[in-house]
Design a protein around this ligand. Structure first.
Ligand code: KG4
Ligand code: ZN
Length: 357
């Protein structure tokens, strides 16, 4: 059955108008609701962060040992309006001062995404400004450029989050080449699953990071999968090796297991990032995604950059984990290159990074 289109809704934004002018004064409100962080941010000119408000739902989901999608969407509904209000007040701007409103449209939890997307489109209609659809993975790539706009391309970005582990060559704005990715678990997923098994709670990454500080990283020789082969990753065997070790040695020190596991993950991530940078002759090597908040990874990553003679950049921890400043920054570039998105743009939980080649 063909449903009639609703009448009376004036769709003010065009799609694919590449002539939309963006400049140093272009002020964008970004919204991020793809998982369990409700965030809003006002960014001027693609990198000047006037406000960045993040309300984490970690405490709400902790007792379930992971994010519960239905609870996450409901929490976004409750939290998003006050978070936006705070971001506007902190930035000292109001609707009429904004040039566009952007939201993450995917990948992520569909119910959560829809809260941000619907809100952004409603605000775009009310304020009569463009709506910009933002890919969450592209936003993570832009996190480093928000804090260091002088970064020279091409850079290799090691993007390590709860759902993704990928090495991306960022050759230009909107020009991404996938160099490698995980064949099974994402690095953050491995941190979360191992932490749950060790009884360290949720979210697992920060818990392992903390506990590992008191452990011996060389106590257990966990496997480094695919270390010598190419630029892809595999972490599911490592997770199984940890479980098997703890079953065999129930008295093993949790700190030693956590430290040895973390050492194995970081060894592989850093070795491959370094190889990728050399392979494409990158001018810089950049970290992004929630796992980029890991203390050992940050330390080893910078040392590798120094040894390879490439410019290394670590975004602040707040910029690595989910936030809306990176969404507004990516939106600034997208608005300039593709123009506004249509108000009929939906949410796509399986959205992929647009790649060249
Ligand atoms: O990018 P992000 O905030 O959300 C996604 O888009 O997935 O990443 C969340 C992931 C979780 O798996 C979390 O355990 C991990 O990042 N993470 C860490 C640390 N902080 C967050 N992993 C290792 N060490 C950390 N300090
Ligand atoms: Zn993320």
């Amino acid at each position: 059955m063909i449903r009639p289109q609703p009448q009376g809704l004036k769709v003010t934004c065009n799609t694919g108008d590449p002539s939309f002018p963006v400049g140093a004064e272009t002020t964008i409100l970004g919204l991020e609701t793809s998982c369990d962080e409700t965030a809003a941010s006002v960014v001027v000119g693609g990198h000047l962060v006037r406000s960045s408000v993040v309300s984490s739902q970690v405490d709400i989901h902790a007792r379930f040992g992971g994010v519960v999608p239905e609870i996450a969407s409901r929490a976004h509904v409750d939290l998003l309006t006050p978070v936006i209000a705070e971001a506007l007040v902190e930035a000292g701007v109001d609707g009429p001062d904004l040039h566009a409103v952007a939201a993450t449209v995917g990948p992520g939890l569909v119910g959560s995404l829809l809260v941000g997307v619907s809100t952004a489109k409603a605000l775009a209609l009310v304020w009569d400004i463009p709506f910009v659809a933002v890919n969450h993975l592209e936003a993570h790539l832009y996190a480093a450029l928000v804090e260091d706009p002088s970064l020279e391309l091409p850079v290799v970005v090691l993007l390590v989050s709860g759902g993704h582990t990928m090495l991306v060559a960022m050759e230009g704005h909107g020009r991404y080449r996938l160099l490698g990715s995980t064949l099974d678990d994402a690095a953050g997923e491995a941190f979360d699953k191992v932490a749950r098994y060790l009884g360290l709670g949720y979210p697992g990454g920060p818990a392992i990071d903390r506990v590992a500080m008191d452990g011996d990283p060389h106590a257990i020789a966990f496997p480094r999968a695919m270390m010598a082969e190419g630029l892809d990753f595999s972490f599911s065997g490592l997770k199984t090796a940890v479980i098997n070790h703890v079953r065999k040695h129930p008295d093993a020190s949790t700190a030693d297991v956590a430290a040895s596991f973390q050492e194995a993950v970081v060894d592989v991530l850093v070795a491959k990032a370094r190889r990728a940078a050399v392979q494409i002759g990158a001018r810089g090597l950049v970290l992004g995604g929630g796992v980029a908040a890991n203390s050992l990874l940050r330390e080893r990553f910078l040392s590798a950059c120094v040894e390879e003679g490439v410019h290394g950049f670590l975004p602040s921890r707040a910029m690595c984990t989910d936030n809306a400043a990176m969404v507004a920054a990516a939106a600034w570039w997208r608005l300039g290159s593709d123009g506004p998105s249509g108000l009929d743009h939906g949410a796509d939980p399986n959205l992929r990074l647009p790649l060249i080649g």
